[in-house]
Design a protein. Structure first.
Length: 538
């Protein structure tokens, strides 16, 4: 009997392990308009998850809608369906986590990045590295997330590819290694040389696929001229020689450590260079990685289920306050109707209708494995960062909060509804809609956001979901910094001197609210033993 049980266990473990090895959970990120939605859609086409182009509703909040934020909420509704897009491709299970395009919801994107094992960054060949890309890459660097760069829109005239690579290295602070190389661009774009697979992939405008893919192990083969002519052959050979001379040979381990980013060129709209990207991606991108908890490192192949909530999406129906909590499974196998521990509450819970997200459908699942994302219907039990386990007392490390960019005092506009307001603020903050600080000097509540839109969304949701009315008082601040020091006397002195600017975040940690860059620099200079952090994870 014992032998049989141990045999069964062994078989099951092998099954888990092969399920986990198959998974690739990643996010595509970009500055708005670089082509994230288009690329996502083409990947889904390859996976057979959709059959026609244009089927993916953009999760992007259109600029024209910026003032009409009812429309924005509607669009956020759409993004539930497209929050996770799973499909099978070449014996792999791909989970793409979508991120909001609008920069006012950047915090959502940062949190989503904590649930992925790798990232594809899309860059517009004409625009190069843009503001949002820089910020997103900072998060990847902090977490050492492996990154692949896709330079998009090669069918348009753009920057010189070598200049682009320099720009990526300088601006994103990461070494790069091209794995494909464009042959001309814009109207003269001929295709790419696939360095990774040593193939020539030829492009014909208006044809939505690789028209010709020829193996070319030796780029010096005179056959090349027959395909792309003398001048371009000469240029390609010179470029490749330069690449081999300047950039180190591609090494998967260095990529997996987050130290080097392979670069691909193509045109998502024309579905060119996308399959090459996907084929290389499934080979080199990591399957679910170990995740650090406060107590220990959790390995995906472990027996017991563990996971954490990285996103909570409110329901659109104001009469029915229900949400979906998104769980990233870090280890083991999740089963429907099994009992799992909600660690913060210290109690066991059962989930009868967990959902998985297959392309655009949401469906109930019976099981899911490490690397997968499942949605749990929630009525206010979860906070971002909560851990679920099979029973173990485990806490996955916090998700970083970044210093907000905009601040306002929030005040009660209806004295009869102060309880509702307090509850609404608390729940919206747990959902991660914005950050709350309480000024220690005057006790006033401050809401910090990354964009004006969030204030409007909060006001609307407080009214419609909690029946509470709020008003905003302007507050001009530069940054919120989490402070700490080993020098207790200096910390104490600082807090006294800056009493009016000291606040507590929702965990009660000390936060200094600097009202200008100058004042912050002076404070850093005058109090050298104090560490000023611009993210809450340090
Ligand atoms: P985003 O999610 O990163 O914000 O970008 P999205 O995919 O929505 O693409 C932004 C615009 O760029 C779209 O045009 C899209 O068609 C275009 N685009 C994407 N990839 C390529 C490419 O490889 N070449 C060229 N020439 N254009 C590309 P739009 O006019 O803003 O939107 P739509 O009306 O076409 O949807």
């Amino acid at each position: 009997m014992i032998i049989f049980v141990s045999f069964l266990h062994h078989v099951l473990m092998n099954l888990y392990s092969s399920e986990i090895q198959k998974r690739r959970t990643f996010a595509i990120v970009s500055h708005p308009d670089a082509g994230k939605t288009t690329l996502t859609e083409k990947l889904l086409l390859f996976g057979g998850a959709i059959h026609v182009a244009g089927a993916v509703k953009s999760n992007k909040i259109r600029k024209t809608a910026a003032s009409d934020w009812m429309e924005i909420e509607k669009q956020r509704g759409i993004s539930v369906a497209t929050s996770v897009m799973a499909f099978d491709y070449a014996d792999h299970k791909i989970n793409i986590l979508d991120t909001p395009g609008h920069q006012d919801f950047a915090e959502d994107t940062f949190r989503t990045l904590t649930a992925v094992d790798s990232v594809i960054i899309v860059i517009d060949a004409a625009k190069g590295v843009e503001a949002q890309t820089r910020k997103l890459m900072e998060v990847c660097r902090m977490r050492k997330t492996p990154v692949i760069v896709f330079v998009n829109k090669m069918d348009r005239d753009g920057k010189d590819p070598f200049d682009l690579l320099d720009e990526v290295e300088e601006e994103l602070h990461i070494k790069v290694r091209p794995l494909s190389w464009p042959i001309d661009m814009g109207q003269r774009f001929k295709g790419v040389y696939n360095i990774y697979e040593k193939k020539l992939d030829l492009y014909t405008p208006s044809k939505q696929y690789v028209t010709e893919s020829v193996e070319f192990r030796d780029i010096n083969n005179p056959e090349l001229e027959n395909h792309i002519g003398n001048a371009l052959s000469e240029k390609l050979r010179a470029d490749i020689q330069l690449i081999e001379g300047v950039y180190p040979a591609f090494d998967t381990d260095t990529y997996l450590k987050g130290d080097i980013a392979p670069v691909f060129f193509g045109s998502a709209l024309n579905n060119f260079g996308v399959k090459e990207l996907l084929d290389c991606f499934i080979q080199i991108a990591p399957s679910p990685l170990p995740v650090q908890a406060v107590e220990r490192t959790v390995h995906p192949e472990e027996d017991g289920f563990t996971g954490f909530i990285f996103k909570i999406h409110a329901n659109m129906d104001p009469n029915h306050r229900s949400c979906i909590a998104f769980v990233k499974i870090c280890s083991g196998r999740f089963e429907r109707n099994a009992n799992y521990k909600h660690v913060r509450f210290g109690k066991m819970m059962r989930f009868g209708s967990p959902t998985a997200f297959m392309a655009q459908r949401k469906e109930t699942v019976d099981e899911a494995f490490a690397g997968d994302i499942i949605g749990l219907p929630d009525t206010g039990n979860f906070k971002i960062g909560d851990t679920l386990t099979a029973g173990e007392e485990l806490h996955f490390k916090g998700l970083p909060s970044f210093s907000p960019e905009m601040f306002k005092y929030i005040e009660n506009a209806d004295p009869m509804k102060s309880k509702q307001l307090a509850k609404g603020i608390e729940q919206l903050m747990d959902e991660g809609v914005a950050q709350l600080f309480v000024n220690k000097f005057n006790g006033r509540k401050i809401i910090g956001t990354v964009g004006q839109l969030q204030f409007e969304v909060i006001q609307y949701r407080l009214l419609h979901e909690y029946g509470a009315q709020c008003k905003w008082d302007n507050l001009s601040l530069y940054k919120a910094c989490w402070i700490e020091s080993d020098n207790a006397a200096m910390l104490d002195n600082f807090k006294k001197r800056k009493a009016q600017y000291m606040a507590a975040d929702k965990e009660g940690r000390d936060v200094y609210l600097a009202d200008s860059a100058y004042v912050l620099t002076m404070a850093q200079h005058d109090f050298p033993d104090i560490r000023f952090h611009f993210t809450s994870e340090f």
